[in-house]
Design a protein around this ligand. Structure first.
Ligand code: ATP
Ligand code: MG
Length: 723
């Protein structure tokens, strides 16, 4: 294989793929083949027997990317993918913790708390300790805790700075104790716990340091401090008498967009120093985008300072001009996007090759409405998350409790769902009992007496019953049993809008079946990890995958996502919507100039997702979070080369109003909508009447706004959006 694999690579790519066993940094712009090179590198190492599959450790940014990598590798060579450690930091750390849970001080079936479980746990702790949420919002504490964990800092390591931090720290301390007692870990903890486990346990650490000869990391620019420390430890850096393992990192400083989550682009410089990298390898040929798109990206990003510096070129021609469209409002913007999608479809384009990108999730509503109304299939990444839906989380909570009765988050979720007359008073009682006796809520139920005790017993009986069937029923049957025994099935059957929820619960069984076959459960694998029950593994996957797109795999549909979620992906056709000052770049830049550079990198990521066609849209007026905003166009539009753009609405030159940071942006009223500002006549004709009324008349009555959207559409949208 590798002869043709190598033959297709350019010189720099070849050099990177065929490196000897040394650490290296591939520093290159978007679409230059970083991810492809990383995959080819793995194939090259395996093919030339420079290592076995078990000796590789490869980190991707999303679960989807990990799966894609597996598929691409399997296409290159026959491979037992179970033996490969390819996944996200969270996924790989989860795997390691499951294998060594005792060393990490965790039960085998430890639960993973997602962000909303975590927030719930924090609120519970605040209540039990009489900390007023109005004085100290739970979200603030959550951010604080997660920030500490991203840096690898425990509560005991912190010397509080002033009163404000003292209160935050107090909750952090209690939180650590409580979730530890529950046998649960949050996302940050997955990595921190694994790191500490390796740090404190020399035999295990050495085992992995000896084993993982090659460590590969994609999207290295977005690793946080703790992740980098973890990589260093795993590679055996700083270990006396040991040469660090070969770390192959690929990244692009211009695409660092997760600083708000603790990502530290400084890791690149540290890596060069720590692993004595010398010169990074640069890839400069872009294989993804046509000339105009690439020019726009290069032009834009040159406005940033402090870049590690690189330039991209392409062999392909200029291609189409980038289309710019100004809409009157978000509904018209959506109509424009969908009109063009319809054109693509008429020309035989695959819907999966069309992406609609936006800065913030709230923007998807108008787009979803229009797509639904016009019968275009779509999926939302990170918004519509299968495992995040209420009914799925409810069923999983029963299963989690059956696995691990100490899982208080799961307990709180379903103790009175379906309603069994267990009131807030009883739950408060349980919380107090659990706190005073340092036991789980489930155990605390034993201490209740009277009528409340009887009601709660109904619930604990259900859990114990499901628990007793854990090992006798196959996973899919266990899920069906749980849905029925918990009363969830009856609950949704009785609900006139429950049909879709029931369907989703059936889908949960299918997804468990798919999971089993994907994990090769009938095979006899030597990995210890297989000694764990399928349920344990399924539950952790369900939590870890919630952040990824859970649309039915392979379904032909337009892809909607935030720009953050689009990283690493590519599409023939891309719409970047909501290019308005205050929205993108985001308002937060006003307070913090450094943020503007991060926003610009985000725009760079967005532009470089497109292969052939790129559309940039904005709306003069937009209803967002229930508030109308009057907008001026994004200052980023002024940073693009004029000759790469084609304005479909009259060109708006930059002026003092549109330069971001002038203090007027975002809030600057742009003026009334000019009905001539529309795109071509034929498009206008295909345009339904209701929105014209709406966009030209702010005082439109409620009923008129809704013409064109049937009740069915609305129900569908509502249920899709419900989580
Ligand atoms: P990003 O920064 O967005 O993650 P990337 O640098 O990882 O981008 P890839 O996704 O690996 O880039 O590659 C971009 C596109 O270019 C892919 O479609 C890939 O198949 C193609 N490509 C990469 N290298 C070559 C090559 N040598 N010849 C032809 N096509 C290539
Ligand atoms: Mg990539």
């Amino acid at each position: 294989m590798s002869s043709d694999l190598i033959a297709n690579l350019n010189e720099q790519q070849k050099a990177a793929v065929t490196l000897p066993e040394v650490s290296s940094l591939i520093l290159a712009g978007a679409g230059s083949g970083k991810t492809s090179v990383l995959i080819s590198r793995i194939a090259f190492l395996l093919e030339h027997r420079l290592c076995t599959p078990a000796e590789l450790f490869a980190v991707t940014f999303t679960n989807k990317a990990a799966r894609e990598m597996m598929t691409r590798l399997q296409a290159k060579m026959p491979l037992n993918t179970r033996a490969l450690w390819v996944g996200t930091f969270h996924g790989l750390c989860n795997r390691m913790l499951r294998l060594h849970h005792e060393a990490a001080g965790l039960p085998a079936a430890f639960a993973i708390l997602d962000m909303s479980d975590q927030l719930g746990a924090i609120k519970r702790i605040m209540k039990a300790n009489n900390i007023n949420e109005e004085v100290l919002p739970a979200r603030k504490i959550q951010n604080y805790i997660n920030k500490q964990k991203e840096e690898g800092i425990r509560a005991k390591d912190i010397k509080p700075y002033g009163f404000g931090e003292r209160d935050l720290l107090r909750v952090y301390e209690i939180y650590e104790k409580v979730i530890n007692r529950e046998g649960a870990v949050d996302f940050g903890e997955l990595i921190l716990r694994t790191y500490e486990m390796l740090l404190n346990n020399e035999p295990i650490r050495q085992h992995y340091q000896d084993r993982f000869k090659f460590i590969l990391v994609d999207e290295f620019q977005d690793t946080n401090k703790l992740q980098y420390k973890f990589l260093k430890l795993l590679a055996g850096h700083g270990e006396e008498g040991r040469k660090p393992n070969a770390v192959f990192a690929v990244g692009d400083d211009d695409q660092s967009i997760y600083a708000f989550r603790g990502a530290n682009v400084g890791n690149m410089k540290d890596f060069i120093r720590d692993f004595a990298i010398g010169e990074p390898i640069r890839l400069e040929q872009n294989y993804r985008s046509q000339g105009n798109i690439l020019d726009a990206a290069n032009y834009l990003i040159s406005n940033n300072s402090d870049r590690l510096g690189k330039n991209l070129w392409t062999q392909s021609g200029k291609g189409d001009l980038i289309r710019v469209f100004k809409a009157g409002d978000e509904a018209e913007e959506a109509a424009f996007v969908v009109d063009n999608i319809k054109d693509f479809v008429r020309n035989g384009e695959d819907l999966r090759e069309i992406a609609i990108l936006y800065r913030s999730n709230a923007q998807s509503r108008a787009l979803e409405t229009e797509l639904t109304r016009r019968g275009v299939k779509y999926t939302v990444y990170g918004g519509l998350r299968f495992f995040d839906r209420a009914e799925i989380k409810n069923a999983l909570a029963y299963l989690r409790l059956a696995e691990n009765t100490a899982d208080d988050s799961a307990f709180m979720r379903v103790v009175n769902l379906p309603a069994r007359g267990i009131g807030a008073k009883t739950v408060e009682n349980l919380i107090d009992l659990a706190r005073d006796n340092q036991i789980s809520l489930f155990e605390a139920t034993q201490l209740l007496s009277g009528a409340a005790a009887n009601k709660v017993r109904v619930f604990t009986d259900i859990i114990n019953d499901i628990r007793s069937k854990r090992f006798s029923l196959p996973l899919t049957a266990l899920i069906n049993y749980t849905v029925q025994r918990s009363g969830l099935k009856a609950l949704y059957e009785a609900d006139e809008n429950g049909a879709e929820r029931l369907e989703n619960l059936e889908e949960l069984t299918s997804s468990a079946a798919a999971f089993l076959s994907q994990e090769g459960f009938e095979e006899d694998s030597k990995e210890n990890v297989d000694n764990l029950s399928p349920l344990t593994l399924f539950l952790s996957q369900a939590t870890l995958e919630a952040g990824d797109n859970q649309a039915k795999a392979g379904e032909e549909a337009v892809q909607l996502m935030t720009i953050h979620a689009s990283k690493g992906l590519e599409f023939n056709n891309v719409f970047i919507t909501g290019l308005e000052n205050g929205l993108f770049p985001h308002d937060k830049c006003l307070a913090e100039p450094k943020e503007l550079q991060e926003e610009r990198r985000l725009m760079y990521v967005a532009i470089t997702r497109a292969r052939k066609k790129l559309y940039l849209t904005y709306a003069a007026q937009r209803l967002l979070h229930g508030m109308p905003r009057y907008n001026v166009k994004s200052s980023f539009l002024d940073e693009l080369p004029g000759d790469a753009l084609k304005w479909l609405t009259p060109k708006e030159d930059s002026d003092s109003y549109s330069s971001f940071g002038s203090g007027r942006s975002g809030g600057g009223y742009y003026g009334s909508y000019n009905s001539k500002n529309s795109w071509s006549e034929d498009k206008r004709n295909s345009y339904s009447g209701y929105k014209k009324t709406y966009r030209n008349n702010e005082n439109v009555p409620e009923w008129a706004k809704n013409i064109g959207i049937t009740k069915e559409d609305k129900n569908k949208i509502n249920s899709i959006r419900q989580s």
